[in-house]
Every structure is written in C-alpha cells, then in structure tokens.
Design a binder for this molecule. Structure first.
Ligand code: GLC
Length: 799
C-alpha cells in the first residue's frame, strides 16, 4: 500500500506559481508555471467542482457516478483577483486560490474557514501507467468529525481511520476490515457545527486518511486518474447529503412489496422445498413478500437457464407462488460459463462482448460454474444485450426481481480475488484498463440488469439488488452488505453499515439477517430481526451450509418475536414508503444517524447504535446477549417510549428496560404515525381505515404520509396522495390540521385515530368546526376515534 508520507518524501510534485487564468461562464481555469491546470466549476452556490491535470490538457470528461439530470445553476458568481489570491464567490461560499502554489481554501460568508488545503494537490508521476498517482491533503482542526464512505465496517465517525476503496469479495469480513464490496468515495466533514462534503469521483483504487497518519491532516488519493472532486457546502449535514444524492442520483420508487420481508437461503431447491418454506410462512402467519432462488436454480450455474430436474416448470411455480403473495427473485452473476453449447456464451462470443486481456485473449476466471468469461458491462452495446436477456425470466416466467452478485467482480482461487489489472474495458468509449474500471464494474452490471428488468416488467416497477456498487448505483439498484457472519459483533457492524450507506446516498440497503456464515443462536436471530425490520431492505439470508435460518429453525419464543416485529414492519409500511418518497424526491436519507439528526449536539458526534428511522421513530438495537435493557442516548426533544407510551425528555443518556421481545423504540412527540393492518403480503387485504397514531406535544409538529397505487408509474403523473398533518398541542386542546395533495384517491374512507399522551380529559371533538357526538366511555375503552378522511381540521377540546 502506498502511504502518503512515503510519497511526500520521495519526490512528490506540487503546482508552482499561477501564471494565468480564464473565466468562462461557470468555469474558471488556472494555469501554473509547471503546466498544472485547475478547473473550478460552480455547479450550484453550494456545490463546486475542482479538477486538476498535470498533463497540460484535460482528458474527456466522463463520469458514471454523476446523474445527468442533477440540479445545477447558481444565484451569484463573482471572480476577483486580490494581491495573493484569486477569489470565487457564490451566494453561499467564497473560495480562495493562492497565486503562489494553487492551494485553496473555502470560507463561508462570515469568513469562517470551512475547508483548507494543507499541502493541497500534489502527485507522483507513474512511468509504468503513463499517469499519475494523484493526492490531496487538507488541514483538519481538532474536534473535526468524518462520516460517509459507504459500507465501511467500522465506527460511524471515521476520525483517526485510513480507508481503502477497492470493490472486494470479502467473505466473512471482520470489523475494521478493508476494503469491502462497495466504493463510495464521498465523506462528510463536521467542524465547528458546520458540515461540508467531499466527493472524490475517481474510479481507481482510492484511499482516505482522516487524521490517521498525521493528527491534523485529512488526505485522499488515487492510484491513477484525475484529482477530480466536488466540494459541497452544508452547513447542515442534511444539505450535504441531499446535494450529494442529487448529484449522483436518486432511485425510482420500488414496488411496495419490495419493502416487505424477504426470505433467502443458499439455496432453496427443488421446487417442493421452496413451497414448503413459503407455506410455512403462511401457516405461522409471519408476513413475507419475496422468496429468493440462489445459484442452484440454474443448470450448472449457467445464468438464464433453469435446472429442469429441480424446477421442471418454473413458470407454473412462479405463478403459484405469486397467487400466494410471494414474488420470486432470482440470482444472476456476471461469470458466463465457457461452454460452446450454451446460448448466452455463444452469443456473447460471437458479438465479442467479453472482457479481454491487454494482449488479446478473453479474460478467463473461475467462479461457480468453473471457467468463465465476463461481459464488459462498461460497453453500452453489452449492456443493451444483457438487458434483452431478461425477457424470458421476467416476461415469460414472471420473476419479479433480480439479484446481482459476485460483481466486484469476484474471481475464485486467485490471490487478488478479481481480474488482472491489464484487462481492457470500453468504459463507454473511453477505453481503459481494469485499474480504472474495476470499481465501476458491479454498478454497470446492475445498471444493465435494471434496464432489462424494467423493460420487461413494465408497467410494473423493477426490483434489483446488487452486492458491489460505486457512487450513483442507487439510481438502479438496492444493495446488501455481503457475506457477514452470525456473531454479535456483526449485528453491530450491520447497524453501522446500513446507517452509513443511508447517509452515503445509497439508502435502500440491508444486511443478511441472522448472518450469512455460521449459525446464529435463537437470541441473536431475534435481536437481528428486531433491527432488520427497521432497515430499508429486510431479508434473512444464510449460506445454508449450517442449520436452517427460517424463523421456525428457532424456538417458539423466537418465532413469536419474529412475527411481532415483521408485523410491526407491515403496519409501518405507509410510514416506510413515505420515507422512501422523501428519499427519491429530496435525497433525504431514510435512516438518520444521531449526528445527522442533530449535529449541533456534540453528544451525537460519536454515537453509533441509535438512529432515527424516517423522521420520527428512534430505534436502538440490543447488541448483546442476555440484555434486559441498555444505555442509550436520546436526542434532544420530547419522545414517547413506543412500548409504554411514557414521555421522555431527550438530550441525555438513559437506561431503557426492555424485554426479550422489545428493543428501545421511541416516537417523537407531535408525530402522526400512519399504520396499515398487518397483512401476510402487500395487497393481501382491502381495508377501509388508515390508522393514525397521534402523539401529543405542546407546540407544533408536522408529519407527512405518501401513498400511491403501490406499483406502476402513475405516481409520476401526479397520481399519488400526499397528506401533511400539522398538530398543535395546547394545555387543554389539540388541533390536527390536514392538507392534501395529489390525484390518487386512497381506497380507504376513514382514519382510525389513536391519541397518545393527551394531558387532559376530552370534553368535545369538532371536525371542521362541527361538534361530533362522542361517547366518552367507548373512547376510553378502545381509545380510537373514527373520522371521515375528508376532514381538514380536527379539534380535540379538553375539560
Ligand atoms: C455469495 C453471495 C451470497 C450467495 C452466494 C451463492 O457468497 O454473497 O449471498 O448466497 O454467493 O450465490
């Protein structure tokens, strides 16, 4: 591994004096004496791109990560020259570039430093690759914290860590192990209550060092390519994350069923085994929406084939499963078996779609089917062909989702676990070696899969899941955290990874519940389910070489706990779907680590375990055996204990008692939490009421509920329902105002309202200024009010 210090002392090169600059619309180019060019592009007032070259010219500007439809445009831009520096000013920040050495610093409008170069840009020539190792170092102040970077299996705050980005099949990875499956070279810095972000859009192997090597220095570097990074100004972390997510793209809404519970194992086969598993879910009344077929459904692990002995009639089986509410998801890997009789192989060979070594032969490597060749998904023609291959699976057989695995890409029995670095890629018309394409390979595979599944699933929505991903992959796919282990430590890791992915733009993520490798105890499985139902993607998966990992592999108590928590997830589906809507519309992370939730409160800066699910539910998993409760931090504000309805004032660490069938859950005071009835799968029941759990708060609070047809694209034409509730609590009064938007008429006609924490006895209730008859006794018996959904103001008046 190359360390920054080593390089610094071994003749790193630095920009010299700036000799000229030119300003064209939104871009300003600075040239130094030694042919370095820095191009600064102002994309938004709070989003500035910095691109350096040492060659005297820029190569073609191409990125897989940047979403072409990202917002751009600024309100103000002024470029000026002062004695020692040039200044670029927007309506949010000012950026100063030193004339003497091109070092730059960024200030807010009140002259507070946000980010400042230490050595700044520097590089090392690489004769062998005809390119440079490009580096950046920034000064870091005491107390600065760092977050982001995707799936890292280490504490949330990255201060003091060095991390490596190189997509790797890391079976049974350990805490702090590097590198992992995903590459998200984006971090958030938090300093002096101000957040900013850096997105280093470089697909070569990259490193980030957060004050690990030197106490007050943060640096990042890549083993090739350009120093090309985006600076994002907050000052709130929410601004940083939403701007980053807008830049790298948001997904479409998944079908609602994809937010249900999924069951997986390596592997369920033959058909009778699949049916046994699905039938047992229905028998035990544990909701489940998806069943997965791992590699054994194929004929000799050949993608797009079926083992006809295990699955004689896949179309019939898939449709029978569907009748019972189960959507079938199948695995598709990138390795295509070298077999002249296999049509997919033959076609790719004929069309010359496989990756080649530098000297010409096809890249050959072992994966599940034995020796394989690998499609070059960085070639648009290959992606188009790949997309077309899904016709039979999706249109004819009725498969509803596709699972892309081994796409780091993983190669077995070789020391580096992947392709040799000389393998050639098209890189969408920018030919390059695997050094540059490695980190993007999985994303391009998932992208091609997404386009194929979408094409054939239309007018329904596709569902894709991937193991490897680079920034921007969220536009096409969900993801999981790879081959974890059934240990308590891994439960801790899963909690952190999913939170971290959430603030790294890739929110639709979950872990293999219960652990992939090894066997969880019943207690560990139960604790994992209790966390997993609060992850956007919720699937049990296991390697299957130990015991079973369906809920009924454990005792009655664990089965009951699983049912209780999966039921809760199904009740919260409208809440979860609303979180997803806010993610796709505004880029707001679905899970909010406490530091994201309240960055002004320094108590949150090093918290790992607690997070806010959506905007209003605080979750804290139990991460140890035999726990009767735990200590946790409750963020500032008023909260209610979900289980007891007791009120708690936040801003402090507390001990929370829990039983085995509970984890600490708190609801923010003032919230309106929507709930559906428990269903065994999405769409099983028709119901006439939406339950609203309303938690009293003195003062005002806003809540929203998004709904639509749960699948299909009508929502893009405005056919959705968006409810905004404002609650105003006073000493003897609670007012609930409702504002509606959208053209979708929800199928229910009433709200079933549960009022929690009212500090007074109800005397009267008015709906749109009309008193309704109200029976004290029956309200006190079941605590619910039934109100027609057409109201705009509900007035609860105390005695
Ligand atoms: C990889 C995947 C795992 C899958 C297995 C077999 O290990 O990460 O989820 O079950 O391959 O396909």
């Amino acid at each position: 591994m190359i360390t920054n210090t080593e390089l610094e002392y071994k003749g790193d090169l630095y920009p010299t004096k700036i000799v000229s600059f030119e300003h064209e619309v939104d871009s300003i180019c600075f040239h130094t004496d030694n042919s370095v060019i820095l191009k600064v592009t102002v994309l938004r007032d709070s989003l500035i791109r910095f691109r350096f070259t040492t060659k005297g010219y820029f190569s073609n500007d191409f990125s897989y990560a940047i979403d072409k439809s990202h917002s751009h445009g600024y309100n103000f831009l002024e470029v000026s020259e002062v004695a020692d520096y040039y200044q670029i000013k927007t309506s949010k920040v000012q950026c100063r570039i030193q004339k003497a050495d091109m070092r730059l610093s960024i200030f807010d409008l009140n002259e507070n430093v946000i980010l400042e170069d230490e050595l700044g840009f520097h590089w090392e020539e690489s004769y062998e690759y005809g390119g440079n190792i490009v580096k950046m170092s920034k000064a870091s102040k005491d107390g600065e914290c760092f977050y982001g970077l995707g799936d890292k299996a280490t504490q949330l705050n990255l201060k003091g860590k060095r991390l490596e980005n190189f997509a790797t099949d890391q079976y049974a990875f350990q805490k702090d192990q590097e590198p992992l499956y995903k590459v998200v070279p984006f971090y958030i810095g938090l300093q002096n209550k101000q957040s900013y972000g850096i997105f280093f859009d470089n697909t070569f192997r990259t490193y980030f060092d957060f004050c690990h090597e030197r106490r007050n220095v943060t640096s990042y570097w890549a083993e090739g390519g350009e120093m090309n990074y985006y600076f994002i100004y907050g000052p709130q972390m929410q601004d940083v994350v939403t701007t980053y997510t807008d830049l790298t793209g948001k997904p479409e809404l998944p079908p609602l069923w994809a937010l249900g519970y999924h069951q997986c194992k390596w592997s369920y086969y033959p058909e009778s085994n699949v049916k046994e598993v699905t039938a047992k879910f229905r028998e035990l009344k544990i909701p489940c929406d998806a069943i997965y077929l791992d590699i054994d459904y194929m004929e000799g692990f050949r993608c797009f084939t079926w083992n006809k002995e295990y699955f004689p009639d896949p179309k019939r089986m898939v449709s029978e499963l569907m009748e019972d509410g189960f959507k079938t998801v199948v695995i598709i890997d990138p390795g295509i078996k070298i077999d002249k009789e296999y049509s997919v192989y033959k076609e790719a060979l004929e069309k010359d779609y496989f990756c080649k070594r530098a000297d010409g032969p096809y890249m050959k490597g072992k994966v599940w089917p034995g020796e394989c060749n690998f499609p070059d998904y960085t070639n648009p023609a290959v992606r188009e062909w790949w997309a077309g291959l899904f016709k039979e699976l999706i249109s004819d057989i009725g498969v509803k989702g596709v699972w892309n695995d081994m796409n780091e890409p993983a190669v077995m029995e070789v020391p580096n676990k992947t392709f040799p670095m000389d393998v050639r890629h098209d890189y969408d018309g920018n030919p390059c070696s695997h050094r540059k394409a490695h980190n993007i390979y999985g994303t391009q595979m998932a992208r091609a899969t997404y386009h194929g599944v979408k094409r054939f699933a239309y007018p329904k929505r596709p569902f894709i899941i991937t193991r490897s991903a680079y920034s921007g992959a969220q536009r096409y796919t969900s993801s999981w955290t790879g081959d974890n282990v059934a240990t308590w430590e891994h439960l801790w890791i899963a909690n952190i990874q999913v939170q971290r992915m959430s603030i790294s733009g890739m929110g639709f993520t979950g872990s293999d519940i219960g652990g992939f490798a090894e066997q969880p105890s019943g207690e560990l499985y139960a604790r994992w389910i209790q966390l997993g139902v609060f992850h956007p993607f919720c699937r049990t998966h296991s390697s299957g070489d130990h015991g079973n990992q369906e809920p009924w592999a454990f005792d009655e108590e664990v089965i009951d706990i699983t049912r209780k928590f999966v039921n809760l997830r199904y009740q919260l589906l409208p809440y979860l779907y609303t979180m997803f809507w806010q993610y796709i519309e505004e880029g707001i992370p679905m899970l909010k680590p406490l530091v994201y939730y309240d960055q002004e409160d320094i108590q949150t800066h090093y918290r790992n375990d607690e997070f806010v699910f959506g905007n209003q539910i605080l979750v804290c998993p139990i991460l140890e055996p035999n726990a009767l409760g735990r200590r946790m931090y409750i963020p500032r504000g008023q909260w209610y204990n979900y289980w007891t309805n007791e009120e708690v004032k936040g801003g402090k660490e507390v001990w929370v008692d829990t039983k085995f069938d509970q984890i600490p859950l708190f609801v923010k005071a003032g919230s309106v939490i929507p709930k559906y009835p428990v269903q065994q799968y999405v769409g099983e029941l028709e119901f006439d009421e939406l339950t609203l759990e309303i938690y009293y708060k003195e003062g005002k609070e806003k809540s929203v509920v998004y709904e639509d047809a749960q699948d299909g694209y009508d929502y893009k034409k405005g056919r959705y329902s968006f409810l905004s509730f404002q609650t105003t609590g006073k000493e003897k009064e609670l007012i609930i105002q409702l504002h509606k938007e959208g053209k979708y008429d929800t199928p229910y006609s009433k709200y079933k309202i549960n009022l929690i924490g009212l500090p007074f006895k109800i005397n009267a209730i008015e709906v749109d200024n009309v008193k309704i008859s109200f029976d004290h006794q029956s309200f006190e018996d079941d605590n619910y009010l039934i109100v027609d959904k057409e109201f705009t103001e509900l007035h609860i008046i105390g005695e």
